[in-house]
Design a protein. Structure first.
Length: 91
């Protein structure tokens, strides 16, 4: 997979920003991407050394509309730990 299709967007929340202080960055990734795909994509896009990748599949809550129950979108997030000497500027 291409690096730009693997990494969709960085996650910029209060909890994810707190992780940046200890060299952990959160990204929304393609659901089909494996940990090795994510590692290669981060190293290629941001020119950093990746130490570890943790992934999670997030299921959105179902919403009730007047025409019935609609399932939410399933997304995948990756928390990437990088080398202590490297840094990623997200903003």
């Amino acid at each position: 997979m291409d690096a730009t299709t693997v990494i969709r967007t960085p996650v910029v929340t209060e909890k994810a920003t707190h992780g940046n202080e200890v060299n952990r960055y959160s990204f929304e990734v393609d659901r089909r991407a494996t940990k090795t795909d994510i590692k290669r994509a981060i190293e290629e896009l941001y020119k950093v050394r990746v130490i570890g990748v943790n992934t999670m599949v997030r299921k959105a809550a179902a919403r009730r509309y007047r025409y019935g129950l609609v399932a939410g979108a399933i997304t995948k997030r990756a928390i990437v730990r990088i080398h202590k000497d490297d840094k990623i500027e997200l903003l």
